[in-house]
Design a binder for this molecule. Structure first.
Ligand SMILES: *[C@@H]1O[C@H](CO)[C@@H](O)[C@H](O)[C@H]1NC(C)=O
Ligand SMILES: [Zn+2]
Length: 446
């Protein structure tokens, strides 16, 4: 009898994979995301949550409450990055960090960023509950201001952590009311006495983070279109943004004869077409160029445009090729301005390198998905994320889940409970694999 019992126990154990040891509640994650969405400047389903506003602060309290309930130890830095830690057994190793953002651009949805925070808390809670013992500490974080809404600067928290932000640059950024980042941070209980100290406090020392993984909705249609469950991100495209202004003399649309004009609007129109031409000229589908802002002044039907302002976004997964496109656009702006006899200025708003995702993380994500019987697709992230900056200081990877019609940054952004549950489960198994810890059964097996 005794013998039989032992055999029985062992066979059960052998059949139990680490995937089956975890209980991930997708509906609970959705309920928490729904609650988080109520902290919004606009009525749901629209979500608007701007850095350090009352709704952002309420969202932060809620995130910390969930971290506490999950048994995580909370720490915040001066920038307002929030961390929840599940300690590992080997303090000489760096952590496995995961996280994303909870701020939302005006009239956005409830999944962008938030999934990678709330879902990650669920993942760590499930690992804890299952008796998983991490070797590398497991940490979940919420980044400060991934969206550029308030200070016209994206990924503020991760730029600071990775050392990609200077005091001069951050202090030059003011919000619509002339408030500086430091004033805004100090007003809500973060901050410091100087920009130097602020950034110093957020800076991550080498060796502190062994891996960084971000769970995110795809924000594009590929996974849904191909009926794939999980996106394994291989690279994050390098973003660059330019502001270009053309200034001419304007004039009356009737009285100013054609040979005498220097029409700033037409210079802008030529440049917008040049952006498209230079982007297509690379011959790669990974090169994208967009003139998303195009304003002319005075903007009257009977007036020759005196001024044109263009906002141009250029991205590529190949940073060198992206830089060449940027240079071609600059050269075109100059050539057009000279030929049309208008003055022009080009301002480089940002020009960040691409990130290549770490292969060990890609493998861990793919294996976790396989263990759960989920299909995967290797893909490029064409939107950028805090991961772009975390890649500068740690091996980095991203996990995508499908979202309906690829919609994002709009109120009808949607991912299903099933896709969320699966994404969180893959994240949990990925983090466990990267942590190198032990499942409770591993001991009883011996
Ligand atoms: C700027 O001031 C206006 C008017 O007081 C206020 O409604 C708005 O929320 C402020 N903006 C920020 C980012 O605090
Ligand atoms: Zn996001």
């Amino acid at each position: 009898m005794m013998m039989l019992e032992v055999v029985f126990t062992i066979s059960i154990f052998v059949l139990t994979s680490s995937a089956e040891k975890l209980s991930i509640d997708g509906q609970r994650v959705v309920d928490q995301l729904t609650k988080l969405a109520t902290f919004s400047d606009h009525q749901n389903p629209a979500v608007t949550r701007i850095l350090f506003t009352p709704n952002d602060m309420m969202a932060r309290s809620y995130v910390k409450e969930l971290m506490t309930s999950a048994g995580l130890t909370i720490r915040e830095d001066a920038m307002g990055n929030i961390f929840g830690r599940f300690e590992g057994s080997d303090a000489t190793l760096g952590s496995v960090l995961t996280g994303s953002h909870c701020d939302a651009i005006p009239l956005a949805g409830m999944y962008d960023g938030t999934l990678g925070v709330i879902g990650a808390i669920e993942a760590l809670a499930a690992l804890k509950k299952a008796g998983y013992k991490p070797r590398r500490a497991l940490e979940v974080m919420m980044f400060t201001s991934e969206e550029p809404t308030r200070f016209a600067l994206s990924c503020v928290g991760s730029r600071a952590m990775s050392g990609a932000l200077t005091s001069e640059y951050l202090s030059s950024k003011l919000d619509e009311n002339g408030t500086s980042f430091l004033e805004a941070a100090n007003a809500v209980g973060y901050g410091s006495s100087t920009y130097h100290q602020l950034l110093q406090d957020a800076l991550v020392p080498k060796g502190k983070i062994d891996y960084f993984v971000e769970l995110h909705i795809e924000q594009g249609p590929e996974l849904e279109k191909e009926s794939k469950d999980i996106g394994v991100v291989t690279a994050i495209a390098a973003p660059a943004a330019l502001k270009v202004e053309f200034h001419g003399d304007g004039g009356h649309a009737g009285a100013q004869l054609m040979p005498l004009r220097n029409d700033a609007g037409l210079a802008g129109a030529e440049l917008a077409l040049a952006v498209e031409r230079h982007t297509l000229a690379t011959g790669s589908v990974d090169s994208v160029g967009t003139t998303g802002v195009f304003e002319i002044k005075p903007g009257a039907v009977n007036s020759v445009p005196r001024e044109a302002r263009l906002g141009i976004d250029i991205r590529d997964i190949d940073g060198v090729r992206r830089d060449k496109t940027v240079e071609s656009v600059r050269a075109s702006a100059k050539e057009i301005a000279e030929r049309r006899n208008v003055r022009h200025t080009v301002t480089l708003v940002n020009q960040d390198p691409p990130a290549i995702c770490n292969s060990d993380i890609q493998t861990a994500v793919a294996e976790a998905a396989k263990e759960l019987g989920l299909s995967t697709k290797s893909m490029v992230s064409r939107a950028y994320h805090d991961s772009l900056f975390m890649a500068r200081i740690a091996p980095t990877g991203m996990i995508f889940i499908p979202c309906k019609n690829g919609y994002s940054h709009r109120p009808d952004e949607f991912s299903s409970v099933k896709d969320i549950q699966q994404g969180v489960h893959v994240l949990a198994l990925t983090m466990a694999a990267l942590s190198g810890g032990s499942w409770p059964q591993d001991k009883s097996e011996l």
